[in-house]
Design a protein around this ligand. Sequence first.
Ligand code: GLC
Length: 433
Amino acid sequence: MTGVRPDINAQSRDADLYARAERILRDNDRGGYTVPTKGLYPFQWNWDSCLTALGQRHFDEARAWTEIETLLAHQWADGMVPHIVFHEIDEGYFPGPGVWQCGGATPTSGITQPPVMGFVLQRLYAEARDQAAARTRALALVPKADAWHHWFYAHRDPRGSGLVAILHPWESGRDNSVDWDAALMRVPADGVAPYRRRDTEHVDAAERPTQAEYDRYLWLVQHFRGLGWNSAELHDASPFRVVDPGFNAILVRSDSALAELAEAIGLGDIAARARARVSRARAAFPALWNEDAGQYVCLDRVTGEQIDSRSIGGLLPAFAGLGDMDRLADTIAARRGHVAFGVPSHDPADVRFEKRRYWRGPVWLIVNQMLADGLRRHGRVEAADAIVADSMALIRRSGFAEYYDPTDGGALGGPHFTWTAAMVMELLVGKRG
Ligand code: GLC
């Protein structure tokens, strides 16, 4: 049954939007996990699932916890939480388990994704209607999230810089961003086994990565597979090692949230460990600031240089209240000022901006939500409200798309999209601030 929350006026436009969002979450529910969208993404994705739980909790709190429990049931022994869990066989997706070859009764991919989990768990717990159930479930999940965070600093920051590297563009969650171009083109493309892409059978090729990029994505997968997916070896052996401010900011926010949650449920040791990680990361963040850009930028850990690319990843530190929030708010406002609907995933003033190609210009509601949340939490209420207004305008205009053209608000990518629906629920009924 699709219900309407009592706190939304049943006759309002919002009630209709809420009901449509709930319908999407239910349609894409495969029982214990939710697919991002039918066809294009037929399995469980890591950060999609966590953000999906934020929506599910509004109509079924128990189901929201289950979403994360299912993901964590496939955590690796070393602590890594994979970016995809292949619950079913589906030939419509490439690269599938046969390419990854990571083993396991239920196969997974061998790389990870932005760790929004800690942030989500804390919110599920703090705002739970059923506090006793939330406590029981959190007690089982918090140590696992802590093990994942520990894995990041052990294996993705082996020299102890305080910041972790991603080893594949897909780990960033912003798969095709301009941020990766230079580092990715240094990755060889020779020796990649012949393959057939499936993404461009679902979505217009103009909205997806190029062939040259895809070859290199696969080269990296083959390379890591050749190393037996041994986390202790991958970092130094990878020709692609990038420190992404967005990814690190998400880790910082999630670690702070984990500390708060762990404290609340009596896991003081975990809280202390998480706080120590946060302090080290915060102290290291200034190395990513770029004064000319007025934002953070990526650091190429292979060359030791900052990467010249002004993407949304460098604005996401606002989610964790890192650095000069006024400067970040100004830069976000300037980006919005260039387009009809914010916040574009890349600076529209850059020649590499592409309004339709994914992560090179379009708007994602999940990113908008994180930016708005961070800005509001740190007192930039007007800036947060402006982003929320853009988000609602996009939904009203183009429905629940994977992403949107920032110039005309058109729907792009896959339709009937799960995390977009979850974010709409957060916007309509989630607590602000
Ligand atoms: C794309 C996005 C990634 C997301 C996945 C499923 O690959 O870049 O962030 O997790 O789709 O929605």
